[in-house]
Design a protein around this ligand. Sequence first.
Ligand code: SF4
Length: 261
Amino acid sequence: MVRGIIFDIKKYALHDGPGIRTTIFLKGCPLDCWWCHNPESKNDQIETIQQKINSVTSTKIIGKYIDDDEVFQEIMKDELFYDESGGGVTFSGGEPLMQSEFLLSILKKCKKAGIHTAIDTSGYCTNHDLKKIMKYTDLFLFDLKLIDNELHEKYMNTNNDIILNNLEYLFSEDRNIQIRVPLIPGITDTKENMNDIRGYLEQFKNLFLLNFIPYNQFGEDKVLKFNYPNKFGKLRLYKKTEIDEIAENFKRYGFQVEIGG
Ligand code: SF4
């Protein structure tokens, strides 16, 4: 039995890979993105926050310890939906690879049961851990945020060498990869970064889907409850035409692009 720590299980998820999925959110993330709307995912320990409902303040516990069997049983409850929709299970976070033994154990059980497996990853993990889980993972939902290393350090507090090396490794192993680029106004959507991302991805001859995920304001209130500093105030929302223009710029170079996901 391997124990891990999660902060949520989402049933009937439609945007975390193909078909109807169960998404398991593992707690803990090595990145510190300025725009993170999953503050409950950052810390790898159980936390408490104060919440106010109808003027009554109460304490809410964030995260719970759980063992691999329990998670697997929860996943298997919706096996019929996966079969009918071509879905499966997605491990998200936080960064699921921070708990690589826990993740590996559940992945093995899922593969044995014929469940499609996806991992939503920042790519910030050891190559050793990535190799361990790779053969039990059907799809990598791989985030690509900023190519410029100085900007990556500034906005995420981490270097992107590890991330890019891991992505290159997965492509070299011909894994099934979907690249997810969060569009953050003035940060990741700049002309320079879009050109850098396009230039970087052009080296890979493998077929892959590129998802742009436009910034939305859901979760801004949640961030305040965790007392994380809001480093850039309120960000603006995108117009549809702006997103279409970004997508078209990539499609012109032969990329298969989707918005959202
Ligand atoms: S990688 Fe995701 S979970 Fe981690 S800090 Fe960035 S946005 Fe938040």
